[in-house]
Design a protein around this ligand. Structure first.
Ligand SMILES: *[C@@H]1O[C@H](CO)[C@@H](O)[C@H](O)[C@H]1NC(C)=O
Ligand SMILES: *[C@@H]1O[C@H](CO)[C@@H](O)[C@H](O)[C@H]1NC(C)=O
Ligand SMILES: *[C@@H]1O[C@H](CO)[C@@H](O)[C@H](O)[C@H]1NC(C)=O
Length: 456
């Protein structure tokens, strides 16, 4: 028992030393989302007809391009008048901006035979001025479900908001239980851009080549959910999810010219990676020879299932949402995967972090939306339900282990690894007092090494 307390104290000490500084601030907050209609009469008419039910509109994904903040508003239920919209980041007259549908109201009209947009969960803006919209083509995920055909990728020109291209996923690349909810865009070359589309329903990854105008589906065990990691519990709401591939983030190109894709299933605490050189080669990616090309990075630990993630190319820091912990985590990709930290935690401001993005000015943006209340209970329209938080990447990682100079730490961290590896005491409370004390010593030593590496 004494050894246990001492270990706990040592952990608190260590965590205290490397803890994040919670530097994010709330930039926007909404009770309910609202839209910019042509006139107040049109807005009221939409509400009367049930075309706009404010209680059913939930912001889910973010993206930033120049002065525009894009927000996806998936059609979980009826009454979502537009599933993709934006507001102006330069307009600082309000912290509850109303949304303008993108690219137009007409694009969201479900009375069209083949609507332009049905229900995107995520969008990505690339550095070439294009917006990549991954449309699930499913309306009413939670009630009155209607399918509008297979998922599709729509690419817009952000200079004039024109639709440049529409790629409907061909047969065989979507399955009966497919659900495409996230994507990454590999925009190193504007003419030879690739999009990676994550299927969380029928675990898989679809690769789309802009140049070749074709896509292919990649299978791997690492895209599957972990049956032991499906238990979620957020602010007293408990639920079980069985979702596959979800979180995606790209590094900048490595020495071979190809970026690394970091990825994880939603119902999992594991992180994996693969070089895009494997994914981009259709022959290789669709063959059965790729198993060993995928790497296991490690586990984030109990209750550390992660949602969306993004990577800051300059520092190499990966940011990810931790819904079970009301937290945004970070990992310096040049360090060992054991060296995780938290950037921000709040059971008030950050209930269900739903998206994390970094803009061109290297500001981090985080959306929290209380998704678990929206799905399993009911949001109270009198309080702030949705928040967008922000900080510069620099401020966000200040005081965290993600800020540690990469050249010194990996060596230290791998040494810590070696010290701790053979010790069972750290992982189980049932271990003998001797083992615990032993590992406590190792822990303290590790802390000292870490501290020293910083102070030097
Ligand atoms: C809004 O932003 C402009 C330009 O950044 C600034 O000059 C102005 O003081 C801001 N207004 C408020 C109310 O913060
Ligand atoms: C799921 O999580 C809750 C809350 O942490 C816990 O009480 C419950 O025992 C867990 N259930 C399973 C099957 O692990
Ligand atoms: C793609 O992969 C195949 C099979 O491994 C290989 O033979 C081929 O050279 C690769 N193509 C390119 C362009 O790298």
């Amino acid at each position: 028992m004494t050894a246990g307390w001492a270990l706990a104290a040592a952990l608190v000490l260590c965590v205290g030393l490397v803890a994040g500084k919670d530097n994010l601030r709330v930039a926007y907050g909404w009770r309910e989302m609202d839209f910019k209609y042509d006139s107040p009469e049109q807005r009221w008419s939409a509400i009367e007809k049930g075309a706009f039910k404010p209680a059913n509109v939930l912001p889910f994904g973010l993206e930033i391009h120049r002065n525009r903040m894009f927000v996806t508003l998936p059609r979980w239920r009826e009454g979502v008048p537009a599933s993709l919209a934006y507001f102006d980041l330069n307009d600082n007259s309000t912290t509850m901006p109303v949304l303008t549908p993108f690219p137009s109201w007409v694009a969201h009209s479900l009375t069209e035979a083949d609507p332009e947009l049905v229900s995107p969960f995520r969008v990505r803006a690339d550095r070439c001025g294009r917006l990549w919209v991954l449309d699930s083509r499913i309306s009413g995920v939670l009630e009155k479900t209607k399918l509008y055909g297979p998922a599709q990728l729509s690419v817009y020109d952000l200079h004039n908001d024109n639709l440049l291209r529409r790629h409907v996923l061909p047969e065989g690349q979507t399955k009966q239980s497919s659900f495409f909810a996230n994507l990454a865009v590999d925009d190193g070359d504007c003419e030879n851009t690739f999009a990676y589309l994550a299927d969380l329903g029928a675990p898989g990854l679809v690769v789309y080549s802009w140049k070749e105008r074709e896509s292919w589906r990649v299978q791997h065990h690492f895209f599957h959910p972990d049956p032991m990691s499906g238990n979620f519990s957020i602010q007293g709401i408990e639920f079980q999810w069985d979702d596959g591939l979800y979180g995606l983030a790209l590094s900048k190109p490595q020495s071979n010219g190809f970026a690394t894709l970091y990825f994880h299933p939603l119902s999992s605490t594991m992180e994996f990676s693969v070089s895009t050189s494997v994914l981009r080669n259709k022959t290789l990616a669709t063959s059965s020879d790729i198993y060993r090309e995928f790497k296991v990075l490690g586990s984030r630990g109990l209750n550390a299932q992660a949602g969306a993630q993004c990577l800051d190319a300059e520092t190499g820091v990966l940011f990810y949402a931790l819904p079970n912990q009301n937290s945004v985590g970070c990992w310096q990709t040049s360090n060992s995967y054991k060296s995780q930290d938290r950037v921000y935690t709040s059971s008030n401001d950050l209930v269900f972090p739903s998206d994390v993005k970094i803009d061109d000015e290297r500001r981090l943006w985080v959306l929290s939306n209380q998704l678990q209340v929206f799905i399993y209970d009911e949001l109270y329209p009198g309080s702030i339900n949705f928040r967008i938080m922000t900080a510069s990447v620099k401020d966000a990682i200040t005081g965290t282990s993600c800020n540690v100079v990469a050249s010194k730490l990996p060596e230290i961290i791998s040494r810590i690894d070696d010290i701790l590896k053979p010790l069972p005491g750290l992982k189980t409370s049932k271990s003998s007092a001797g083992a615990t004390t032993y590992s406590l010593g190792a822990m303290l030593l590790a802390c000292c090494l870490l501290l020293r590496s910083w102070l030097l």
